[in-house]
Design a protein. Structure first.
Length: 153
């Protein structure tokens, strides 16, 4: 597919994704790759059993244009949340590399948000219940995230 075949951001509606099983999560993780998150925009509501992360994501689905959009991902049925090597300042910016899911006793498991620099955030859930939604119009990004290519084995 050539660049002329790709959609521009102005042609696409805001992204709204619902994940209810492991297969759905690959799509969520791909949409979230290279999202930028302010440490203070992560909220766990223990009583409501929800983990909400507000972020700025790169619009991979419209790579004919280089754009970002304010979005949020929310996990439901969260029983515990753990952070490893997390910065203390709420203003610290984190770059999300990937979101993974490891099943445990069905239908529960553990979501892991893996960040550049080695930090991660884990949320144990009773079942897969994740939502990703764009919250604003997109705007031009300074550049597209770049990934080093791995050498052939």
């Amino acid at each position: 597919m050539g660049a002329e075949d790709r959609s521009s951001c102005s042609d696409l509606p805001p992204l709204r994704l619902l994940a209810q099983d492991e297969d759905d999560l690959w799509i969520l993780s791909a949409a979230l790759q290279n999202a930028v998150i302010r440490r203070g925009d992560i909220s766990w509501e223990r009583r409501g059993r929800r983990l909400t992360v507000r972020l700025t994501r790169f619009r991979w689905e419209a790579d004919a244009e280089c754009a970002r959009v304010l979005a949020a991902v929310q996990l439901g049925d969260v029983t515990t949340v753990r952070a490893r090597d997390f910065p203390k300042s709420p203003d610290t910016m984190l770059e999300l590399l990937a979101m993974t899911y490891e099943p445990e006793t069905a239908p529960g498991g553990v979501f892991t948000f893996m960040f550049a620099g080695g930090a991660d955030l884990q949320a144990r859930v009773e079942c897969v219940d994740a939502v990703l939604a764009d919250l604003t119009e997109s705007w031009p990004a300074r550049s597209a995230p770049a990934h080093a290519e791995l050498p052939d084995a």
